[in-house]
Design a binder for this molecule. Structure first.
Ligand code: ASP
Length: 421
């Protein structure tokens, strides 16, 4: 245990140093006119690092969820944890989008009014709620892995996990051990890759700063500020209250122990990529393995509170630029569509911007407006990913504490029963 602690601290510190050095290097590249060098020769190493994570994360999620299901040993328990998880995610996401809309309306004064004529943005094929629903279920065994479709992988692993539990009586424990071994194996591979994260973080952040540096100071600084105020309020208020009330953890401890995952998410802008570090942090905060292995991959796929805040802020900003005043019922529509859109958003860089189109269309705002914020999407994305993964971890911690309390109550009841007999 002691050895484990010793290992964790230096990684957090190294990631922090790498982030600081990466920002500094980015500023220097931008100031000396060498942004192209950073993009051409440093960014590819960041891409290699993220690619490696993406490569291993699909089998990891597949086996990790299966082993989570198996270790709960009871389909009912999986169902009850699943329902609580989805409810937690939905409730926190609706808080997030409400905070996003409130902050954007209150801080409208910070928004620049930009020229909208001549804007063009090629909107992606928009997805309806039913499309999102149908897409959750795979139609081919291998396709989810080939396309790294996380939701479909989760569905597949749940089905196979349940099946394993059901055939348990007839078979030996071998299948169970096989799943656990595969899980351990891919965890080990992931551990090896995560050791490279300080280098990865440096190579990811330096080109972003080199490319965006001057733009951040440009006209969109006000919009970025409003989004970040929304992100921070949501993290500090909603997650602090949740971990305090649900797991009796002080918010300071929560954020301190979450720091490695937060820094990693900030520099990689990928919830899925942050999964392994997030799992370590959540476990360090008392979340149980069988809960994290199920709740975190699901959260990295469907729970996007930061994305919802971003969509609310951008919708109001774009409306302002077009001189449109949104009505209350339009705001409510945004709350609903942003919640669905954030569920449909993949845990990968820039995915949330694509889904912004769906939110804008739902209230009749021009989709071309996305072009106004596209240039600095990465800066929005770093913040929203940080919020996204912190929300996932808070859920794993709260649900673990809840399940432990339930278990204790059950044990007490049993004891009472036994002593009464
Ligand atoms: N990059 C975000 C994530 O991975 C998704 C988004 O673009 O909003 O969580």
């Amino acid at each position: 245990m002691k050895g484990e602690k010793k290992k964790k601290l230096p990684l957090a510190l190294l990631i922090f140093i790498a982030l600081a050095l990466g920002i500094l290097a980015g500023v220097i590249f931008a100031a000396t006119g060498h942004s192209k060098f950073a993009v051409n020769y440093i960014k590819p190493f960041g891409t290699i690092f993220l690619n490696l994570i993406k490569w291993v994360v699909t089998p990891l999620v597949f086996f990790s969820i299966m082993s989570g299901v198996i270790s709960m040993r009871d389909i009912k328990k999986v169902g009850s944890v699943g329902i609580k998880t989805v409810l937690y995610y939905l409730v926190t996401t609706s808080f997030a989008i409400t905070i996003g809309l409130l902050v954007a309306n209150l801080m409208k004064g910070f928004f620049p009014v930009l020229e909208t004529s001549g804007l063009s943005y090629d909107p992606p094929k928009s997805k309806s709620f039913m499309d999102v629903l149908v897409d959750i279920f795979p139609s081919n065994f291998f396709k989810p892995f080939v396309e790294a479709n996380m939701l479909q992988i989760i569905v597949a692993s749940l089905f196979i996990g349940f099946a394993l539990l059901l055939v348990r009586q007839k078979k030996t424990e071998m299948e169970f051990r096989l799943v656990d071994t595969m899980n351990d194996l891919f965890m080990k591979v992931m551990e090896m890759i995560v050791k490279l994260s300080p280098i990865g973080v440096f190579c990811l952040i330096a080109p972003v700063i080199a490319e965006n540096g001057p733009q951040i100071l440009g006209s969109l600084a006000g919009v970025l500020l409003v989004a970040y105020v929304g992100y921070i309020i949501h993290m500090v208020v909603v997650y602090s209250l949740a971990v305090r009330a649900g797991a009796k953890i002080s918010p300071i401890t929560f954020f301190r122990k979450m720091l490695p995952a937060i820094l990693f998410a900030f520099s990689s802008a990928s919830s899925v990529g942050t999964l392994p570090i997030n799992e370590e942090c959540a476990r360090d905060l008392g979340a149980d393995k069988n809960i994290t292995s199920f709740v975190l991959p699901l959260g990295a796929t469907i729970n996007m509170d930061g994305t919802a805040i971003y969509q609310g802020v951008c919708a109001i900003f774009i409306a302002t630029c077009y001189g449109i005043d949104l009505t209350f019922s339009q705001m409510l529509t945004i709350v609903l569509t942003a919640t669905v859109a954030s569920i449909g958003t993949a845990g990968a860089p820039s995915a949330g911007m694509v889904m912004l189109a769906m939110v804008l269309q739902s209230v009749g705002l021009p989709v071309e407006g996305i072009a106004l914020v596209a240039g600095v999407d990465r800066i929005f994305d770093m913040g929203r990913t940080t919020v996204n993964i912190t929300g996932d971890a808070s859920c794993a911690i709260v649900i673990s504490a809840w399940e432990r309390r339930k278990q204790k109550k059950r044990e007490k009841k049993e004891l009472k029963k036994q002593s009464a007999q």
